[in-house]
Design a protein around this ligand. Structure first.
Ligand code: HEM
Length: 297
């Protein structure tokens, strides 16, 4: 398994999205990818491949891997933005933004013959100085109900150590948020921003009511947990949450998202009043053992 997925989120990170340059780049793409997987340790550099890329390059991927589509029956059409290759750079405590930029340049150079960089998103922790908990830019603690220990392994990874990543870049609607009172914001999430306590009387549209993981059943009979490793992002103008859910499959994410978008009862999650997804993509994070991604291309 790529152990960076299991670890708490780093203080700084960069999400690099790459696309295959063209069909002519196919032969060199495999070489570039091998170089990347040799350089990536799965801990400081986590790698995810898309269904499309695996198909194009003839890489044998798990059957569950597919492109992201808005779940059926939802009342909202969500952005579907396929990306071939994702590289999540996770800073060590000693590294700063300059170090991450230097690593980004190296990764870009490794892949340069076959892939183009589509986007680089800079992410960071918020309000975590005196705490191990990170908060969303709205101030709410994020990640509280994540599974821990063995449960995190069981829900975050398939038996072979693969992990399936659902990634959505959410852009916050700061004008709307400014118009919401503290009580309205608490009601939208279903928790108290200051204390993080669950509200006793949260409306059905409250985010944590929509997504309660125990309320879902996966096809293997287990509850609908996954490992959320989301981080605040900003490009200096816009900002929001880089939502990242790792799972043993995409199933838990899809069930949660479908209910958020009104598929079960027509009720839309109130988090959509505060933020909107502007991307949506799926990736397969191949297994890694002892710090090395062992998947052989
Ligand atoms: C801007 C977008 C989002 C924001 C600001 C946000 C924020 C939060 C916050 C503050 C919590 C409560 C603390 C916690 O348990 O982590 C939470 C819980 C949760 N969120 Fe989100 N979230 C967002 C999007 C999503 C999406 C897209 C999904 C899945 C499709 C999701 C799934 C969950 C789940 C599963 C929980 C835990 C529910 C439970 O079992 O109690 N969130 N989120």
């Amino acid at each position: 398994m790529q152990t960076g997925i299991l670890k708490p989120i780093p203080h700084l990170a960069t999400y690099l999205s790459f696309n295959l340059q063209s069909m002519d780049a196919k032969p060199s793409a495999l070489v570039c990818l091998k170089q990347l997987l040799q350089a990536a340790d799965g801990q400081r550099i986590v790698v995810g491949l898309s269904a499309d890329l695996c198909k194009t390059l003839g890489i044998k991927a798990p059957r569950e891997l597919r492109a992201f589509k808005t779940p059926a029956g939802t009342k909202l059409k969500l952005p579907e933005t396929p990306i071939d290759l994702l590289v999540w750079l996770r800073a060590t405590p000693a590294q700063d933004r300059g170090d991450l930029l230097a690593i980004s340049r190296k990764v870009k150079a490794l892949l340069g013959e076959a892939f183009v960089l589509a986007e680089a998103v800079e992410a960071f922790q918020h309000l975590s100085k005196n705490s191990t908990k990170s908060r969303d830019l709205t101030g709410f603690e994020d990640g509280t109900e994540n599974p821990k220990g063995q449960k995190a392994r069981d829900f975050g990874f398939a038996v072979d150590g693969s992990s399936f990543l659902a990634l959505q870049k959410w852009q916050h609607k700061w004008d709307n948020i400014a118009k919401m009172s503290p009580t309205e914001q608490n009601q939208a999430i279903g928790r108290n921003k200051q204390t993080n306590a669950e509200l006793e009387t949260a409306p059905l549209s409250a985010h944590i009511k929509r997504t309660t993981q125990e309320d879902f059943t996966l096809s293997d009979g287990t509850e609908g947990f996954n490992l959320r490793r989301s981080m605040p992002w900003s490009d200096g103008v816009n900002s929001g949450l880089m939502f990242a859910a790792f799972g043993k499959s995409f199933e838990a994410f899809e069930l949660q998202l479908a209910r958020m978008a009104g598929a079960d009862d027509g009720i839309i999650d109130a988090v959509f009043q505060m933020s909107k997804p502007i991307t949506g993509s799926y990736f397969w994070c191949p297994p890694a053992v002892a710090g090395e991604i062992t998947y052989k291309l």
